[in-house]
Design a protein around this ligand. Sequence first.
Ligand SMILES: [Fe+2]
Ligand SMILES: [Fe+2]
Length: 233
Amino acid sequence: MSLFVIGDTHLSFGVKKPMDIFAGWENHTGLLKHAWLEAVQPEDTIVLAGDISWGMSLDEALPDFQWLNELPGKEKIILKGNHDYWWVTMKKMQEYFAAHQLDTLRILHNNCYAYGEYGICGTRGWVNMEPGEEAADDAKVSAREAQRLDVSLNAAEQQGLRPLVFLHYPPVYGASCNFPMLEVLWKHRITDCWYGHVHGRSQHRYAVNGVRDDVNYHLIAGDYVQFIPQKIM
Ligand SMILES: [Fe+2]
Ligand SMILES: [Fe+2]
């Protein structure tokens, strides 16, 4: 039994949104499928850290969900990215998944999933703000995301699980930070955090990979990891 992670699958089997036009994204679903089949076994768990599908609705995203559901893995734990416009309420998504026999897909949102002694926790997160420059809307969204992360981590801790954190947005990037998110990571003494969202070589170089202020960060955006699901344990 193994745990994997990858972010930013950016699937578009149900809509016209070719990714091949972006450098580093040529045949990315072919690469992902090949690497996934090589690495992931039926009993494994994989976290998909946001920007799952370009579909604008659940119906438009359905071919992408079906593609993911058919790949190996007992549980595919999905969190929201900034491009997941199909995302609706937990209840609606779960009903939709059940109605379409998407039996391996799980939604990570104000909750956690047990993986052995670990708790898989996370939320989308939000953009980083320069001190003194934050707009009121950004501050509100950050506070809400920080609260969601706190709820998710509390859920793990209440079950005696050791939390692992998965986010879409990086809470640290270059010299910028999202302090509300960081405060939650520090409060819960989180040691490891995986995140996506950062694309392209010119952006990857500012990404934090390694320990900063006691948290070990890992960028796992699809293009950064050459669409190879990353084994955590
Ligand atoms: Fe993305
Ligand atoms: Fe993103």
